[in-house]
Design a protein. Structure first.
Length: 400
């Protein structure tokens, strides 16, 4: 029996719909409405680079343009309806999900203790109890409040002093939580004080966590291989996801489906039964342009984005400047349900200027008057969001 096929336009739209990028980016973006959006996404990656705006704020603004950074701080630091921890990278996550992170805490406790000893040296092992006692007795603290007699590095994560490493270890293993950030530096406290209700909940069993993680991933991806399911939250192993898919397939909870890529190749994936029919109900995307964060959840899996959209993207932050193809921190640009290019922009906050250095359209994308007007309209909205309301275009900014 042949498998159902989801053609590429339908696959793109369904995937973007699951990631809240098909509907217009309007509506309320604080309180329960913002929390609901983050639930829908599953997580929002946190990143410190502030070329235009930090990744977590860009991700939320691109979906709800009434969003402002203070709205996230309320959920994280006051309501405690979100917590910050690790998926594939540091992320803000609905606090309702916290019990399922306990499996990761226990696994990381052993794995990181040994791994970091190779990277940072084993000196931090002797500091764990001291740091734990310091936080318990003195309350929340940052890395500058512990190990005051220890040699400081220049700030790279590989140069952490032993007590800083112990702090991070206690966070990664779940004993500490981030209660807030100060100038983006993490401030930690005991998890039982930051998230008392969630901390007190019993730990789900391993099988329950695997089942939850796989269902949560598939529902947000729409369709996925077992490897993509495992990688989405990065809570479980690829083998655990593969075994879950095999069992769920036998139970009839999922089915196999062929997904057409941008180049026409078919890729066998898993999906809920009837996904092809559901794809026909996805609304038409608005005829507007959006500027996305390089860490947008829809683009986190670079290979998936390349297969679905024919869009090859690699961030060049760590590439030496002479070897960069585009720029230090270049933003993907989406129009309707296609990725049409990338833009190099930077906020010059002292002057209130959003400086556009270059825009590279994808092959086959022509920049006529209408598309240029839509791009400028979105840049204007981005300038309003970042309080850089004046646009400045470099000579020769339109490339290709």
């Amino acid at each position: 029996m042949s498998l159902p096929i989801l053609d590429n336009p339908a696959a793109r739209r369904l995937f973007l719909h699951r990631h809240a990028l098909i509907e217009p980016p309007t509506g309320p973006a604080k309180g329960d409405d913002l929390l609901s959006l983050i639930h829908r996404l599953g997580f929002v990656q946190v990143d410190s680079i502030n070329t235009v705006e930090r990744a977590h704020h860009m991700i939320l603004w691109s979906r709800r343009q009434s969003y402002r950074p203070r709205n996230l701080a309320v959920l994280l630091e006051k309501d405690r309806s979100l917590f910050e921890h690790w998926t594939h990278d540091a992320s803000v996550i609905p606090a309702d999900f916290f019990p399922y992170w306990k499996l990761r805490f226990s696994r990381d406790a052993a794995r990181i203790r040994a791994r970091w000893a190779n990277w940072h040296g084993s000196e931090f092992h002797a500091k764990i109890e001291d740091v734990r006692a310091h936080v318990r007795e003195n309350g929340c603290c940052g890395s500058g409040d512990v190990g005051e007699d220890e040699k400081r590095g220049k700030g790279g994560w590989w140069e952490w002093h032993p007590s800083k490493t112990a702090l991070e270890y206690l966070w990664r293993s779940g004993e500490l939580s981030i209660c807030h950030r100060k100038n983006f530096a993490k401030i930690y406290d005991l998890t039982e004080r930051v998230l008392p209700d969630h901390h007190a909940l019993p730990s789900p069993g391993e099988a329950e966590t695997v089942d939850w993680a796989c269902n949560a991933a598939l529902d947000r991806l729409g369709f996925a291989t077992s490897g993509e399911i495992a990688a989405f939250l990065d809570l479980i192993t690829p083998v655990e996801a593969k075994d879950w898919c095999a069992s769920a397939l036998k139970r009839g909870e999922i089915e196999e489906i062929q997904i057409e890529g941008a180049e026409g190749a078919l890729r066998r994936s898993f999906a809920r039964p009837g996904l092809a029919e559901e794809a026909t109900t996805v609304p038409e995307p608005p005829n507007r342009i959006r500027i996305l964060s390089p860490f947008d959840p829809a683009l986190r899996d670079r290979k998936r984005a390349e297969r679905l959209f024919g869009f090859y993207y690699r961030i060049e932050v760590f590439v030496p400047e002479p070897k960069r193809q585009y720029g230090y921190y270049v933003f993907p640009v989406m129009e309707r349900d296609r990725l049409i290019g990338r833009i190099d922009a930077k906020c010059q906050r002292g002057e209130g200027v959003l400086a556009i250095r270059a825009f590279w359209p994808e092959p086959g994308i022509s920049m006529g008057a209408g598309r240029l007007a839509r791009l400028e309209a979105e840049l204007t909205r981005l300038g309003q969001f970042t309080d850089c309301r004046n646009l400045s275009f470099a000579d020769g900014w339109l490339r290709g």
